[in-house]
Design a protein around this ligand. Structure first.
Ligand SMILES: [Zn+2]
Length: 706
C-alpha cells in the first residue's frame, strides 16, 4: 500500500491489521473485506440491476472479467459493454499536464474501466467506490489483469481517508451531479463546492482534477449516436425534449441513484457555470473540452474555446448524415437552431474539464503536457505546442491529436499509442513507413513534393509512444464532396478526379521503390479469395500476386486538395502495402465519393445510401460513370495495365474490401463497424456477379470517348 490511509476521526495514519484498519491513536477501526478497507458504503446503484451484477461477478470469478462482460453484454447491450471494457474512455490521458510518476485518485470508480486505464499509465492509482458489488468486480478485474499498482478502497466522497497534498490527479467522472447524496445539509451547489474544495485539499499544488459531466442546458442530441433506446424516437423529433427526458428518466446507462431516498435528481451546470463553481472551490484554471458523443465516450474531444472547430465538427456531422442517410429537413432545422445560432457554445451537452488549483498554470494548461513538452524539446528553439482536438476509437490503441504551435502558427498531427497494450507497434511502423515514403516522394518528382505529410519526430514518454507529422494543407476531399451541390459542378468534379488520376500515376514509381526495400508489407494472400470460398488455399488455385505498393485506404477522408494550386496531399499511410489488386486505390476513392444521380431524401432508419451509390456509380449510365470509365482507361494506359481486365480488377477490389472488414470484425471488439461493412461488401459482390454485363467496366468503351 503506497498511499497512507488516515483515521477519519483523528487523522492519524492507520495501521494495517489482519482483519481491520486500526488507528493507533484513538482506537477507531474499519473492516477489511477480502483485504479491501471499507470506510463507508452505499446501497446498490448502478448501470444494471443488482441481480445482473451478481451474475456478472459469478461469471468473472469462474473465468475472466472481460469474457464475462463480453458474454453477458456484448450483443445484448453493446453500449454497456463498451462502458465496462473500453479503455479509451480515458482518452484524455495524453493531454493531461502530469508526468507518469503520478499518484492518481479515481473517485466512484464503478466497474473499473477508468481505474484500469489509469493504472496502465501512471505510477500508482487509488480507486474508491461505495458499492460493494462494484468493488468486488474491480477487484477481480485488477487481479486478473495483474495490475498491482492500485489500492482499491470501499468508501464514499464523505469519507476519503487521505492526507493533504497526496494526489497529482483526481478523476471525477459522472459523479459531481450526484454529490448531494453524500451530504446531509445544504443545497446541491453548496455540496458540490464542499466536495470540490475537499478534493482540492487532497491534490498536490501542481496537480489536476478531471471532471466528466453533463451540461445543465445541454441539448444532448443529434450528435449523440447512441442515445438511450427509449428516447430515440423522441430524439429525432426534438432534442431539447430528449435532454429533458434523460433528466427525468435517469436512464440506466448513466449511473443512477434512483433508489436513494434523498435523490432529487442530478444537479448540473452550463459550461460557464462549471467554471464558476470550480473557481469558487479553488480551481482558478479550467480547461474545458467537448466530447460530442458524451463524457462516457470521449473518443472525440474538441477544445470548447475552439469555436471554429466545434462548428465545423457539427457541420461535418450534419452533412455526413445527410449524405449517408439521406437529406432530412428536421436535421437542417436542428442544425440551424443549435449551430447557426451559436447556441451550441452555451449548450454543449457534456463537458470534460481539466482543472488546476495552481494560479501559475497557463490559462489552458498548455504547458506541462509531457508528450508535447517532449516534442518541444526535440524541436528547439521556440515551439510551444498545444492540443486542439483528440480523436480515437473504441478499443483502438491509437489516438490522434491535432496540435498547434502558438509561436509559429503551424499545425501538426500527433499519433499516440500505449506500449503496454497490443498494437502499439503499428504507430511506430507506420511512422517508419511515412519516413521512407516521404523520402521517395520528395526525390523522384517535384510534382509530388508536399503530397505526403512530413515526418517530424518520435518521442516516448512513460507508457506512451508518439509520432509527429505535419498536417495537410488544403480542403479534405470528403468535406468538399459532402456539399450537397458537389455533383452539380461537373467540371470541378472532373478536375478533382483528373488530379487524383495524375497523382496515382506520378506516385507509382515512388511507391514501387518503397515496396522493393522491404519496409512495406504485403497484404495477406487470402484477402484475394472470393466471399464464400475457403481461404485455406486449394492446390493449384493460389490467387495471383500483385506487385507494387498502394495506399490501401485511399478514401476522400484521407485526400486533401488545395483548390488554388490543385495540389494533393494524402494522409494516413497505415494501410499502405503491396499485393493490392491494380487500381485498388482508384476504386476506393470513386466508391467513397457516394455519387448518386440525384439527392437522396431521408432513408428508413438503419439504411444508408451506400448501396444505391454503388449501383448508380458503376451500373447505371451517367456523365459521372463516363468520367470514371475514361479515367480508368487512362490509368491502365499510363500504369501499363491491361484495360481488358478492368472488370476483374474491380471485382478483386470488392473482394479485398470484404476480406479486410471480415478480418477487422474478427478482432472481437470491433463489433461497432466490422460486421456491417462486411455485409455491405458481400452484398456488393453478389450484386456484381449477377449484373456483370451492366457494369461500366464490362467490355468498356475505348478511351477518348469524353
Ligand atoms: Zn484515530
Amino acid at each position: 500500500m503506497n498511499v497512507p490511509q488516515l483515521c477519519l476521526k483523528c487523522q492519524t495514519t492507520l495501521r494495517h491489521g489482519t482483519l481491520r484498519m486500526e488507528c493507533p491513536a484513538c482506537g477507531a477501526h474499519w473492516p477489511l473485506n477480502q483485504s479491501i478497507p471499507s470506510y463507508d458504503s452505499a446501497n446498490y446503484h448502478g448501470e444494471v440491476t443488482q441481480e445482473t451484477i451478481h451474475d456478472l461477478i459469478a461469471l468473472a470469478e469462474q473465468g475472466h472479467w472481460l469474457t464475462a462482460a463480453r458474454t453477458m453484454f456484448r450483443d445484448s447491450n453493446p453500449e454497456l459493454y463498451d462502458y465496462i471494457a473500453d479503455l479509451n474512455r480515458a482518452s484524455w490521458i495524453p493531454i493531461l499536464p502530469i508526468g507518469q510518476n503520478s499518484t492518481v485518485l479515481d473517485v466512484s470508480s464503478g466497474l473499473g474501466a477508468l481505474t484500469h486505464a489509469l493504472a496502465l499509465n501512471y505510477h500508482h492509482v487509488v480507486s474508491v467506490e461505495a458499492v460493494a458489488e462494484m468493488v468486488r468486480f474491480s477487484k477481480l478485474r485488477l487481479d486478473q489483469e495483474g495490475l498491482k499498482n492500485v489500492d482499491l478502497i470501499q468508501t464514499t466522497l464523505a469519507g476519503l481517508p487521505f492526507s493533504t497534498d497526496t494526489f497529482d490527479l483526481i478523476v471525477l467522472n459522472g459523479v459531481l451531479e450526484w454529490v448531494r447524496e453524500w451530504r446531509s445539509s445544504g443545497t446541491s451547489r453548496e455540496a458540490q463546492i464542499a466536495v470540490l474544495s475537499d478534493l482540492r485539499r487532497l491534490l498536490k499544488p501542481r496537480g489536476v482534477l478531471v471532471i466528466g459531466g453533463e451540461n445543465r442546458f445541454g441539448y444532448t442530441s443529434f450528435l449523440r449516436p447512441r442515445g438511450h433506446p427509449r428516447v430515440r424516437s423522441i430524439t429525432r423529433m426534438c432534442s431539447w425534449l430528449d435532454a429533458l427526458y434523460r433528466r427525468l428518466e435517469k436512464p440506466g446507462f448513466y449511473r443512477s441513484l434512483a433508489d436513494s431516498p434523498k435523490s432529487d435528481g442530478p444537479y448540473t451546470h452550463s459550461p460557464n457555470g462549471y467554471v464558476d463553481l470550480l473557481r469558487q472551490a479553488g480551481f482558478p484554471v479550467v480547461d474545458l473540452w467537448w466530447p460530442p458523443n458524451g463524457y462516457n465516450s470521449p473518443h472525440t474531444m474538441l477544445r470548447a474555446s475552439n469555436r471554429a472547430a466545434i462548428r465545423s465538427y457539427c457541420d461535418f456531422d450534419r452533412r455526413y448524415k445527410d449524405r449517408l442517410h439521406g437529406y432530412a429537413l428536421a436535421r437542417q432545422v436542428r442544425h440551424w437552431a443549435v449551430v447557426d445560432t451559436r447556441l451550441i457554445h452555451r449548450t454543449l451537452p457534456d463537458v470534460i474539464m481539466i482543472a488546476a488549483p495552481s494560479g501559475d498554470r497557463d490559462e489552458q494548461l498548455h504547458s506541462g503536457v509531457p508528450l508535447l513538452a517532449a516534442f518541444e524539446k526535440q524541436h528547439l528553439p521556440g515551439e510551444r505546442y498545444y492540443a486542439d482536438s483528440l480523436t480515437t476509437h473504441p478499443y483502438k490503441n491509437k489516438a490522434v491529436l491535432t496540435v498547434g504551435s502558438g509561436n509559429t502558427d503551424t499545425h501538426a498531427v500527433v499519433k499516440i499509442a500505449n506500449v503496454t497494450l497490443p498494437g502499439a507497434e503499428i504507430v511506430q511502423q507506420s511512422y517508419q513507413k511515412l519516413q521512407r515514403l516521404h523520402a521517395g516522394f520528395t526525390t523522384t518528382d517535384p510534382f509530388l513534393a508536399g503530397s505526403i505529410p512530413s515526418p517530424m519526430g518520435v518521442v516516448r514518454v512513460g507508457s506512451l509512444l508518439a509520432t509527429m507529422e505535419s498536417s495537410a494543407d488544403g480542403s479534405r476531399l470528403l468535406d468538399l464532396v459532402l456539399d450537397r451541390r458537389y455533383f452539380d459542378r461537373r467540371d470541378r468534379v472532373r478536375r478533382h478526379l483528373e488530379r487524383i488520376t495524375s497523382w496515382l500515376i506520378a506516385s507509382k514509381p515512388a511507391l514501387d521503390a518503397s515496396a522493393s526495400d522491404g519496409l512495406i508489407d504485403a497484404i495477406p494472400s487470402e484477402w484475394l479469395v472470393a466471399p464464400g470460398r475457403d481461404t485455406g488455399a486449394e492446390p493449384g488455385s493460389a490467387p495471383e500476386r500483385f506487385s507494387g505498393a498502394q495506399h490501401g485506404d485511399f478514401y476522400p477522408e484521407n485526400i486533401f486538395i488545395d483548390e488554388d494550386s490543385q495540389r494533393l496531399c494524402v494522409i494516413d499511410w497505415d494501410s499502405c502495402a503491396t499485393g493490392y489488386p491494380p487500381l485498388f486505390d482508384w476504386f476506393c476513392v470513386v466508391t467513397g465519393l457516394y455519387y448518386t444521380h440525384e439527392r437522396v431524401g431521408g432513408l428508413p432508419r438503419g439504411q444508408t445510401v451506400e448501396f444505391t451509390s454503388f449501383r448508380q456509380t458503376y451500373f447505371e449510365a451517367s456523365w459521372f460513370s463516363e468520367v470514371i470509365v475514361s479515367l480508368s482507361h487512362q490509368l491502365c494506359d499510363r500504369l501499363g495495365l491491361d484495360s481488358a481486365r478492368l472488370l476483374e480488377y474491380f471485382i478483386l477490389y470488392i473482394v479485398v474490401r470484404y476480406r479486410q472488414f471480415l478480418s477487422h470484425s474478427q478482432f472481437e471488439e470491433k463489433h461497432y463497424w466490422g460486421p456491417l461493412n462486411k455485409q455491405l461488401y458481400e452484398q456488393y459482390y453478389q450484386f456484381l456477379l449477377k449484373n456483370q454485363t451492366q457494369c461500366c467496366f464490362w467490355k468498356s468503351p475505348a478511351p477518348g470517348l469524353l
